[in-house]
Design a protein around this ligand. Sequence first.
Ligand code: ADP
Ligand code: ZN
Ligand code: MG
Length: 512
Amino acid sequence: MNYIPTIGLETHAELLTASKMFCACPVVDVTTAPPNSAVCPICAGMPGTLPVINRRAVEYALRVALALECEIYPTSIFARKNYFYPDLPKGYQISQYEEPLARHGKLTIRTREGEKLIRIRRVHLEEDTGKSVHVEGGASVQVAIGQVGEAGNSLTNQPTNHSTDQPLPQSHSLIDLNRSGVPLLEIVTEPDLHSPEEVSAFARALRDILVYVGVNSGDLQKGVLRVEPNISVRPVGTETLGTRTEVKNLNSFRALERAVEYEINRQISLLEAGGTVVQETVGWDEARQLTFSQRSKEEAHDYRYFPEPDLPPLVLEESFIATVRASLPELPYPRFRRFITQYGLSEYDADVLTTERATADYYEQTLAAAPDVSPKTIANWITGDVFATLNEGGKTLADMPPARLGGLLRLVGSGSINQTTAKRVLAEMFASGHSAEDIVNAQGLGQISDSEFISGLVQEILTANPDQVESFRAGKETVFNWLFGQIMRRAGGKANPQVVQTLLREKLTGNS
Ligand code: ADP
Ligand code: ZN
Ligand code: MG
């Protein structure tokens, strides 16, 4: 039997605000900051504390909701989502539930099959939890103790002075509350995706948008962007969606794609063998490249949602929404389309140049710096030699300002230097930071187009190689390139190749 896979994605994106969702604690990099160094009574869940909504987080959430073309709700409500887990100090997470910030958005994805609109079901604000670190065996670990109780001081980010290096029990868990209360945006799609390729295309497109609008670093490895696919399969010809499983712990696009593929195949095999899929949460085992059961539907929490009594409804004024809308940059997809129509670029080039905003800006700044050079030529230089240099490591786009690259390309465009020389000059520009003009002048690299001079060179080479001239005239066309190479070498690579070609052919065919 044939099956149709269906996938919906729940994405959690930490927002790059300076402070947390409901308190003044700084948002720190939890992979590097000392554990529990950015914690106060509010995000540590102390009794009697009161949350205050972070205005910047609301603005960032709105940026994303608008970029995803959602309907924005002028009033949204925070709720308590109750459950117990050691990394959740309050015993509930503040999240938007029945009345989220935004609904009914859409995002265009591109796959080999073409373009497709994926519907966004909802976008809502919440707070992140802390982090449990599970330690196996009796390692002796430096533990911060008493820090939460001292949370008042911890804003200063000082290392704790209460620490112990006593051996800990064989197996134990450590809690780091730095992440507790970090603003989190949840973005949920409709079940509109049907293959691992589509899932990956969506996740990448969403990541690009989050980074474009400046609210997230897009770093899956650091856990600041977490994509959880819900996957089901149903026999071709049926309408009702099959029972779904949800995959956690995916920290790369590759893992996401693999896990979706694995789950689809696992569910199909199960059904083919007469079994049934049970609704459950599964984890992805990166080492073994397979999923394992984490929690079944029966163990699912009843979250007992109710409106957060300590927070008023979030009311967005029309003028605030308008200001945020006006501040949005051109987004990756429209920019991609514009690069194709306005600059005549291939889909491939337009894609490479618009995936990151900085690259797209760089391209357009270089265009402005070299208005007489064709947009296609500039795209080729950037995606070719410039990227190749960056890929070698040690250099960034900042080492080659657009005006400086534009200067080089203007020299190529005006025929002052040829392609081969330009590549050399580019390498020297990266190395020395000098302008193309200075390098060309200092090293006398200017291209020679003077036909009288070139004519002399051509004659010299022809005279020195009578046998080759003979065989060309006898019909061996490939000798032309060899002779051309000899002349270029004689000219130290500086001769204008077009002029050399023309004069060489004229002399060989006696057509002068
Ligand atoms: P949750 O209880 O996890 O909040 P939702 O019903 O809100 O569940 O759905 C979460 C995600 O799962 C959404 O992206 C939705 O599109 C997707 N989804 C729901 N049902 C299915 C299904 N049968 N197969 C695949 N994806 C599904
Ligand atoms: Zn705090
Ligand atoms: Mg879910």
